[in-house]
Write a protein that binds this ligand. Structure first.
Ligand code: AMP
Length: 372
């Protein structure tokens, strides 16, 4: 897409209204298209149009306050989404481990290794190999039955499993660029800018809003459990697994009532009373926002988990990072409301983030200066 590439789409926040998104060569800017009561459209009341075609025609010839003149309609990148390896794995998803070829080790986590592989010599997959004893196969299979049916473009799709012998394999969709945490740390601000960071957050919120709608809880939402694909696609991974794992990693997961928790990501009520809910996921999402904006810094650096718990109980919250805009920090603070009920829903977080840069008509005059 070249500068001027544009699309007109239904607004995310105002149903039935339209928004215009324009690529200025560096960023995408969003404008709200207003409707006239008598029919017709405008950005600024100074100039109104009977049809959207006339609107596009005019702004293709004059930028008249837009960041650039409209050029060609935005090209859509077709990303195929596969939910199953084949029709056979739709309901029969225990597959023969010999149908998997291990190509390259991608990483090792606390529960085992992750490999890039091929299924049936054709389909690229990620293969998670679980250390023997890291979970009870019965618990895992019960959870995996549910996970298999969770399908959303912003969630890592579980394709199949090999559970008949140790090590257990979990076969999922492959993401080219690995974990968001490493991706952020490697970049450290050289390429990734605020609009990109907000987009990451909005994509994660969209996947989480789906889990929310399915009454499912992630329990371990953090940058280390978000994966990065091609074309700036971000997906939530490892949802529900925290419930079945027997956790051993002492750095992040600390012992508490026999289960171990990623304390710095966990909501107080989940730490104190084991009360996990979609609202404790919202708390973790606030910490994930902190990780995104700080390019993968450790939250509460220098503090031990038990200190963090004490400080949070006294009302302490992570301070606003240097480069973090106030509106984004306000969203974080909402996620860290001591009262779980007072935290936003993921649905709300999704539209707040998707509309973060959207500019309304009332501020249109100012918009020009803001956008410059
Ligand atoms: P985990 O055991 O889930 O913490 O994964 C360890 C590392 O393997 C992650 O940090 C990623 O870099 C990589 N990884 C995990 N799952 C995938 C996947 N589906 N596609 C590509 N890389 C992955």
């Amino acid at each position: 897409n070249q500068a001027g590439a544009f699309l007109i789409r239904e607004s995310e926040s105002l149903k039935g209204e339209f928004s215009l998104s324009v690529f200025d060569g560096e960023f995408v800017k969003h404008y709200r298209i207003r409707k006239l009561d008598e029919g017709g459209f405008f950005l600024s009341r100074r100039r109104t149009f009977k049809t959207l075609n006339e609107f596009v025609d005019y702004y293709s010839k004059n930028n008249d306050g837009l960041c650039v003149k409209l050029g060609k309609p935005c090209l859509k990148v077709q990303i195929p989404t596969t939910f199953d390896l084949s029709y056979k794995t739709v309901d029969q998803w225990e597959i023969d481990r010999n149908s998997l070829k291990f190509l390259k080790k991608l990483g090792s986590g606390q529960f085992g290794e992750v490999w890039e592989g091929l299924w049936n010599n054709t389909t690229p997959v990620a293969i998670k190999t679980l250390k023997p004893g890291s979970m009870d196969p019965k618990d895992f299979l019960r959870e995996a039955q549910i996970m298999k049916n969770l399908r959303h473009p912003k969630l890592i799709q579980l394709y199949a499993v090999c559970t008949l012998e140790d090590p257990i394999y979990i076969i999922t969709e492959l993401m080219r660029y690995g974990s968001l945490l490493e991706y952020l740390q490697n970049d450290a601000g050289s390429q990734i800018c605020l609009s990109h960071q907000i987009d990451m957050a909005a994509q994660v919120a969209s996947g989480m809003a789906y889990l929310e709608s399915q009454n499912y809880i992630h329990r371990d939402l953090a940058a280390r459990n978000v994966l990065v694909g091609e074309h700036n696609i971000y997906k939530v991974a490892d949802f529900g697994l925290a419930r079945v794992f027997k956790v051993e990693n002492e750095n992040i997961y600390e012992a508490k009532h026999e289960t171990k928790l990623p304390v710095k990501w966990t909501a107080p009520e989940a730490i104190h009373c084991n009360k996990f809910s979609i609202k404790s996921d919202v708390w973790s999402f606030g910490i994930l926002l902190f990780e995104i904006i700080t390019y993968g810094k450790m939250p509460y650096a220098g503090m031990a988990g038990h200190q963090v718990i004490q400080m949070l109980d006294k009302g302490y919250r992570l301070p606003q990072p240097d480069n973090c805009p106030k509106p984004l920090y306000d969203i974080m603070l909402q996620c860290w409301n001591a009262e779980a009920k007072g935290r936003p829903t993921f649905e709300t977080l999704q539209w707040q983030l998707e509309d973060y840069f959207e500019v309304g008509d009332s501020s249109y005059a100012d918009t020009r200066t803001i956008l410059k």
